[in-house]
Each structure stands twice: as structure tokens, then as C-alpha cells.
Design a protein around this ligand. Structure first.
Ligand code: ARG
Ligand code: ZN
Length: 865
């Protein structure tokens, strides 16, 4: 059943032109496809049948070649393919298909979201629309006519430029779209509905005027400005930083509420989850503003890294995703605070991606095989893939890297290529041998690096020795050494930098010497997280404090603070388990006091420095995850630091309050984040005065960041009555804003107070909960199972049974979402043995529950190995 990279074969037939005609209707939509097909000259197989993908839900009405209708004997069909054994070398194929958008709950292919039609074709959704060679190395020009009832569907969109519109004989209206750029079917899109639009324009560097349109439900028209601004900034940034211009006359974004993922880069017609495009100060948090900016840019950047140059096959997914995530991360770093963006991205990588590497679905950035490609839209392909591109950037330097991307785009424009071609372009411009570097694409797992040092006082020579290894992952027992850049600095006692640069690690063990130093330095290693690895060095507390104070690398200053906090929490966990009283060391209080009282420090930095490592990060670091110990120790520390530094927290809270009107810029976000961090500590004391302060903030806030923070903190700090009251007020105020209510759901689902499962089950009865809407499932089910560890891991196994029930229900309804929600259960190996048994029992129950989708089957079966 799995598909293997090594089995790749070029397509036997190419599609020169694709003409589509959609007659939209809820129950029965008719799709007529007219394909100009020709034998692929690059295919050496002598007699190849024409293979068209077609999902089992497609109803084939008519099939003809050069006008001759084919009979049942001329072709065969199974659940996946329609095969025509003998065809001419060049011909026109016409295919009429009937589909049922209203029954489409998987949200792949053509489906209905609220009142509108929309599509999601990546990776293999086009085969749910019509019979077609649905593989990314078949690229075609598309011309699409959309026909629908005028009153219900006044707006009819597809890829490219509108070239014709009017009325059909029966009174329905139509618009015809033409996309001149050859593209794979996964980039096809269609939208029809009664939509409002925000319009703007952009003139590219070479003077091409581009019409910009963002479509949404009319009630959300006032929430599109931030996305529009982000789009224009992204267009300009890509011209300046990569020399890439937009290439069509129109760029459209459509916001839809039912969407499996974040957004989709369809050529000229991006489709977005409302959560990644709508934003207004009153309804949207700072974090969500940043996310909108990042996702809008990400999808825009795909126009070059993904659309103009696309993937040969789905094993190459990181070719476009890793590169594009790197591009959007650099964009966000340039628009906001570079250090903060890096801290956030590395936090995600070190918790979720490292956990993926340690789990049963671990795979290389370029996977070798899959059962269902949807399961490989992962943190490894996206975020680790971006780290791999970042390492190339570090190794080559910005100028050579840019020459490399120029060559890549120039050489492969209009082609479907592999990650090898990307690396080759980098090798060609730099003259470097990147053969060993390519192991980052083929070897899975998180590399470990052990660093030790020595100092020769007489010679003034400092020596660093690196030992790298990588644990086994499914199917890969032995790993070869990686080629990785280690950015470093050596700090003197007074904080001066004695040396800095980038070391290149290539061997399993390797030493580097630094001569003529006046004193033994403190090493700052892996600056900016220059490689996606776990690096250990036996720092003393003094050395970490030294880095915390003096390192010029903001990321490593933060990381030094994290290392201090993690070490303390790990030792407190030992105390907790042996029943000893937990104590807060005075030294930590002093350090924190100095950070809190130094008003000259960057608030963004302070907010991150004073945030305790998350439960998820501590879990990832643990040998065996003790959910309760992690939670209790973190709660203890929160309370203890709150008590010990009460006046300081209160002063910081006051200092970072502001009367200025809301703006989501980096400085204002940092200030709010520090303010709400201090509010969290103040509430951790459990004292009523601070509750009053929080309620004031809740009532008076002019923005969602402050209002929601107050709500979440009150609820999560154990103020039960006040929490209920604020939740009720919040609901009354925001019940008509779906995205705000998603937050309302998720605050409750992630509340660790005893009885969480019962509360979550009541939330599912709420009139605004809708199990067909992925955003709602994420707000309730995923929030409970992924952000409420103590409740999900309740000792009686009720959390596991709850999740399994959902998976069994969603398996048929929406396999992609089912498989994604399943993740927490797959990590059973990380828990104590009695917990493992309970988790595995639920995985087994899913496996035995009947016919499983490929999505769920792949994850469950691989997890039980
Ligand atoms: N290419 C999209 C993006 O990264 C994601 C689409 C994922 N779709 C899916 N069915 N897995 O921007
Ligand atoms: Zn993407």
C-alpha cells in the first residue's frame, strides 16, 4: 500500500491544455473537462496506458477521445484510477463528471463552506473534481468557465485573469478565467458565493499594475485591512530581497470558515482559513495579527517558490514548503522583532518538531515513502525543512545564497523539480560540495551534539570538542554525520567578545582550537539556533548568567535563561517525586529581580526571558514524561516567583500599561506581552486584589489581546466564580464573532481545573459548536488533548477514550482532521508503562473500529509498531 520515492516514473502523457466547465449546484455539480493530451517524449516506456486519477465519489457521465464516445470496454476503473489502455499519441479527451459538493465533508476537492462553494486541491483533491493525471509533474494551462445561479452566487472566481462573462441560455451567469502559467492540478481553485470584497492595487518594480482583492463574508469586510497591508508588504519584500515580481494582473484571496489547514497558494486565487486572514483590534489578538501577516506572506511567496517552480512529486514537498517557511520567517523578522520571531520559531521546533522526530511517524525532510501524503504536511517538512534552508543560508552567506536562489528560479522556472535541484543551484553558485549536507533531507531524527572544552593557560589556547550522533528512527537504525554550521562566540569575563564566527561540523567528532586568548572564555554556542539539534554543554550557573547578561546574540541570551529554568525545574521534579518540599532558590529570585527592575531592557526580551519553559518543552526533554510532576512543579514555580517578586510584578504591570490606541507593531506587542505576563504572575498569588485588576482590564480593554489575556488568566488561575462570570460576559459580547468564540471554546478546553472532560463534553453541546467545522474541532478537541495535559492524561484513561471516540467518528467524515487530532495518542512510548497500556488500548480500539481511511490507518498502524 505505501508509495515509494524510489519508484518514481515520469508521466507517460502530458496535458497541454485543460478546459473546464463547472455548472454549480449544491446537490449535483456537472464538470466537463476537455484535455489536450500528448505522449510524453521523455517517457521511455514503450506501451503506456493513459492513467487518470479519479476518486470513488466521481460519477462518470461521458468519456470521449477525439469526439468518439468510449464504451465500458475501452477503459477500466477502480477506486483510484481510470485506465485507458490504448490511446493515440496526441488527442483530445473529453470527460463529463457529476459530483456532490454538499455531501463533501472531507473538505477536499469542491465543497461548500457556509453558503459558498470553494476548493482545496493540494495535495490530491483535484481527483475529487474530475478524472485527471493528478500529479504535480503534469503541468497544464487552464481555462475555466464557472456557471451558476446569479442571485445566490454573484461572485465566480478561478485562477488567472477573467476573460469573458455573461449569461447562458437558461439564465444562469458565467465567468471564464484563463491562467496562462502552466500549473499542476493541485494549484487549481474555484470559488462561488455572495461575497464582499476589499480592493487595492500594487505596482510591481517593473511597473506592472496588479489589482488586489480580498473576498469575505460581508460581515467581515471590516477585518481585511491587515491582510491587505501584509500582502502589499510581502510583494515589496519579495522584490527587494529575492528579486521576485508578481506575474498576473490580479491577485485574489478568499476567506472561508471551513478549511482543514491554514491557507492555500492556488495560482492567483489563494483560499484562506478565516483564522489566517481576518483581523481587527477588537476581535483579534496580537499573536493572530502576526499569524495573518505571516500566512499571507507565506502564500504570496509560494507564487515563486511553489507555483512557478513546483515539486516533481510529493516526496519533494519540502522543496516548496521548507523554502517558503524560511522566506516567510525572514519576512516576519524584518517586519517585527528578529529575535522574538526566532525565539518563537525555535520554541515550536524544539517542542513539537523534536517530539515528532521522537515519535512513530518520524520521517526525513524528504520522506522515502507514505501511505497518505496528507499525513506529511508536518512540522518536519515545514519547520525543519525551513531550518535546512536556513543552514544553507548560514553556510553560504546572504550574497551567495541570493545568487543560488536566482539561479534556481531561472533554471527551473516552469518546471517540477526535486530538493536535489535546489541544493545543486546552491552548490553551483558557491563552488561548494554539498553532498554531505544533503543528508539533512534523507536522514530523520534530531541530532545530538555533546560539547566539551579545555583550556591551556600557558599557551592561551581554548579548545572545543564536538561529538555528534543521531538516534535511530523508524526504518533508519544507523545515521551518518551531518554537515552543520555552528555559530558561536567566545565571551570574556567582562562581557567582551574574544572571537566569533561559524564552525562547520562534518565529522562524528571534531575539535576546534582558539589561540592567543588572554583568558578562559565562556562559549556561546549555536547562536541563533544555527542548526536544528540538541546541543549539550555542562554550563555552570555562573556561565549561564554571564551569557544571559552579556551575549550579543539575543537568541542565546534567552536560551541561557531557559537552560537555567529547565535545570531548576528538572531538579524540582526529582524533589516532587520523592515527596520533598519544593523550594525556590534565592539565586533565581535575584536574577529575575534584576531582569524585572532593569527598565532599560527590551520589553520583548524580558517577556520571553521571564516566561517559564512550557509543559510541552519539559515533556519533550524528559526521559519518561511525568505529566503531573511537570504541571505541579511549573505551578509551584509560578506561584513562588509571584510571591517573591510581588512589588516588582506590580510595577512592571503598571509600567507596561499604556493609553495609546491599539497597534499591532513589535514594540506595542512586546509591551502587552510583558504586561499580561505580569498579570499572570499576579493572579498566580490567588489574591483577590489582582482579580479585581484583571477584571478591570477585561472590562476596559480596547483590544482583544488584553481582554482575552485577562479572561484566560482568570479562568486558568483557579478563580472559578469570577471565571464563569467573565466567560458569560465574553460570550454575550462576542457570540456573533466565530473566531472570537473559537478562543472562548479553547480557553475552557485547555483549563486544567478538575472536571475538564465533563466541561468539554458540555461545550460540545453548545449551539455554536459544529463538528463539521475544523476550527471548532481544533478549539475544543485539539485544545483539550493537546493543551491540557493533566486532564487529557487523567489516570483513568478517560481522556484517551474521549479522543478515540472522536477519531472513530471523524475517520469517515473528515480523514485529514481525524488523523491530525490523533497525534497526542501516538506519543505513548514517552509515558510510564501503565499509561502506555491505556493509550495503546485506545489506538487498538480505533484500528478495530471498522474500515479506516488511509489517513487514520497510516498513523494508527505506524503508532502501534
Ligand atoms: N500548501 C499549503 C501551505 O502550506 C498547505 C496545504 C495543505 N493541504 C493539505 N491538504 N494538507 O500553504
Ligand atoms: Zn506552504
Amino acid at each position: 500500500q505505501p508509495i515509494y520515492l524510489k519508484d518514481y516514473q515520469v508521466p507517460a502523457y502530458l496535458i497541454e491544455h485543460t478546459e473546464l466547465r463547472f455548472e454549480l449546484d449544491e446537490q449535483e455539480t456537472l464538470v466537463r473537462a476537455t484535455l489536450r493530451v500528448r505522449r510524453n517524449p521523455a517517457c521511455t516506456r514503450s506501451k503506456a496506458a493513459l492513467e487518470l486519477h479519479g476518486h470513488e465519489t466521481l460519477e462518470l457521465c461521458r468519456l470521449s477521445i477525439n469526439g468518439e464516445i468510449l464504451s465500458e470496454r475501452d477503459f477500466s476503473r477502480n477506486e483510484e484510477l481510470l485506465t485507458i489502455p490504448s490511446v493515440p499519441t496526441e488527442f483530445t479527451l473529453e470527460c463529463l463528471t457529476r459530483i456532490h459538493p454538499e455531501l463533501n465533508t472531507a473538505l477536499e476537492g469542491l465543497y461548500k463552506s457556509d453558503g459558498m462553494f470553494c476548493t482545496q486541491c493540494e495535495a490530491e483533491g483535484f481527483r475529487r473534481i474530475t478524472f485527471y493525471p493528478d500529479r504535480p509533474d503534469v503541468m497544464s494551462v487552464f481555462r475555466t468557465r464557472v456557471v451558476a445561479d446569479r442571485s445566490r452566487y454573484p461572485v465566480l472566481l478561478s485562477n488567472g485573469n477573467p476573460v469573458e462573462s455573461g449569461y447562458e441560455d437558461d439564465g444562469r451567469h458565467f465567468v471564464t478565467w484563463e491562467d496562462p502559467f502552466p500549473k499542476p492540478a493541485y494549484l487549481f481553485a474555484l470559488v462561488a458565493g455572495d461575497l464582499a470584497v476589499l480592493e487595492d492595487s500594487y505596482t510591481t518594480a517593473s511597473g506592472r499594475p496588479v489589482k488586489l482583492q480580498i473576498y469575505a463574508d460581508s460581515k467581515d469586510l471590516d477585518k481585511l485591512d491587515h491582510a491587505m497591508l501584509s500582502l502589499k508588504r510581502a510583494m515589496q519584500w519579495d522584490e527587494q530581497v529575492y528579486g521576485r515580481e508578481y506575474d498576473l494582473d490580479i491577485y485574489m484571496i478568499v476567506a472561508v470558515d471551513f478549511f482543514n489547514m491554514g491557507a492555500m497558494e492556488n495560482k492567483g486565487l489563494n483560499i484562506f482559513n478565516t483564522s489566517c486572514v481576518l483581523a481587527s483590534p477588537q476581535t483579534t489578538t496580537d499573536a493572530a495579527f502576526q499569524r495573518v501577516e505571516g500566512v499571507v506572506a507565506h502564500e504570496y511567496f509560494h507564487n515563486w517558490s511553489g507555483n512557478r517552480v513546483t515539486c516533481r512529486d510529493w516526496f519533494q514537498l519540502s522543496l516548496k514548503e521548507g523554502f517558503t517557511v524560511f522566506r516567510d520567517a525572514e519576512f516576519s523578522a524584518d517586519m517585527n522583532s528578529r529575535t522574538v520571531k526566532r525565539i518563537e520559531d525555535v520554541s515550536l521546533l524544539r517542542t513539537a518538531q523534536f517530539a515528532e522526530d521522537a515519535g512513530p511517524m518520524a520521517h526525513p525532510v524528504r520522506p522515502e515513502s507514505f501511505i497518505e501524503i496528507s499525513n506529511f504536511y508536518t512540522l518536519t517538512v515545514y519547520e525543519k525543512g525551513a531550518e535546512v534552508v536556513r543552514m544553507l543560508h548560514t553556510l553560504l552567506g546572504p550574497e551567495q545564497f541570493r545568487r543560488g536562489t536566482d539561479l534556481y528560479f531561472e533554471r527551473h522556472d516552469g518546471q517540477a523539480v526535486t530538493t536535489d535541484e535546489f541544493v545543486q543551484a546552491m552548490a553551483d553558485v558557491s563552488g561548494r560540495d554539498l553532498t554531505q549536507f544533503k543528508r539533512w533531507y534523507s536522514q530523520a531524527g534530531t541530532p545530538r551534539i555533546q560539547v566539551s572544552d579545555s583550556w591551556d593557560d600557558v599557551a592561551g589556547c581554548y579548545r572545543l570538542t564536538f561529538r555528534q550522533s543521531c538516534p535511530a528512527t523508524p526504518g533508519q537504525d544507523e545515521k551518518l554525520p551531518f554537515h552543520m554550521p555552528i555559530a558561536y562566540g567566545l565571551l570574556a569575563a567582562d562581557g567582551r567578545e574574544l572571537a566569533a564566527g561559524v564552525l562547520e561540523l562534518t565529522d562524528a567528532e571534531q575539535s576546534f582550537s582558539f589561540d592567543d586568548l588572554s583568558e578562559r572564555p565562556v562559549p556561546s554556542l549555536l547562536r541563533g539556533f544555527s542548526a536544528p539539534v540538541k546541543l549539550s554543554f555542562s554550563y555552570s550557573d555562573e556561565q549561564l548568567l554571564h551569557l544571559l547578561r552579556h551575549d550579543c546574540d539575543g537568541f542565546n541570551r534567552w536560551d541561557a535563561g531557559q537552560r537555567i529554568a529547565v535545570a531548576l525545574m528538572q531538579s524540582l521534579m526529582v524533589d516532587y517525586r520523592s515527596g520533598r518540599e519544593l523550594r525556590l532558590p534565592e539565586s533565581l529570585v535575584d536574577t529575575w529581580r534584576s531582569l524585572l527592575t532593569d527598565a532599560s531592557l527590551d520589553p520583548a526580551m524580558v517577556a520571553h526571558l521571564l516566561r517559564l519553559p512550557s509543559e510541552a518543552y519539559l515533556s519533550e526533554l524528559a526521559d519518561v514524561i511525568d505529566v503531573e510532576a511537570i504541571h505541579e512543579v511549573r505551578e509551584f514555580l509560578l506561584k513562588a516567583l509571584a510571591q517573591a517578586l510581588l512589588p516588582e510584578w506590580s510595577a512592571v504591570y503598571n509600567r507596561s500599561s499604556s493609553e495609546e490606541p491599539y497597534a499591532p507593531d513589535a514594540a506595542a506587542c512586546a509591551r502587552r506581552s510583558l504586561k499580561n505576563l505580569s498579570l499572570g504572575y499576579l493572579l498566580a498569588t490567588g489574591e483577590e486584589v489582582w482579580l479585581t485588576l484583571a477584571e478591570e482590564q477585561f472590562n476596559n480593554a480596547d483590544n482583544m489581546t488584553d481582554q482575552q489575556a485577562a479572561l484566560a488568566l482568570v479562568v486558568h488561575s483557579g478563580f472559578r466564580q469570577a471565571g464563569e462570570r467573565l466567560l458569560a460576559e465574553f460570550q454575550a459580547q462576542w457570540q456573533h464573532e466565530a473566531l472570537v468564540m473559537n478562543q472562548w471554546f479553547s480557553i475552557q478546553a485547555s483549563d486544567p481545573w478538575p472536571g475538564a472532560l465533563g466541561r468539554v463534553q458540555r461545550l460540545q453541546e453548545h449551539p455554536l459548536f459544529d463538528a463539521r467545522n475544523p476550527n471548532k474541532l481544533r478549539s475544543v478537541v485539539a485544545a483539550f488533548c493537546g493543551q491540557n495535559a493533566v486532564s487529557f492524561h487523567a489516570a483513568d484513561g478517560s481522556g484517551y477514550a474521549y479522543l478515540a471516540d472522536w477519531i472513530i467518528q471523524l475517520n469517515k467524515q473528515n480523514p485529514q482532521i481525524a488523523s491530525r487530532l490523533l497525534t497526542p495518542l501516538t506519543r505513548w512510548k514517552r509515558y510510564p508503562e501503565e499509561v502506555q497500556l491505556l493509550m495503546k488500548a485506545q489506538l487498538a480500539r480505533i484500528l478495530d473500529s471498522g474500515e479506516l481511511s488511509r489517513d487514520v490507518y497510516e498513523v494508527v498502524s505506524k503508532s502501534l509498531v
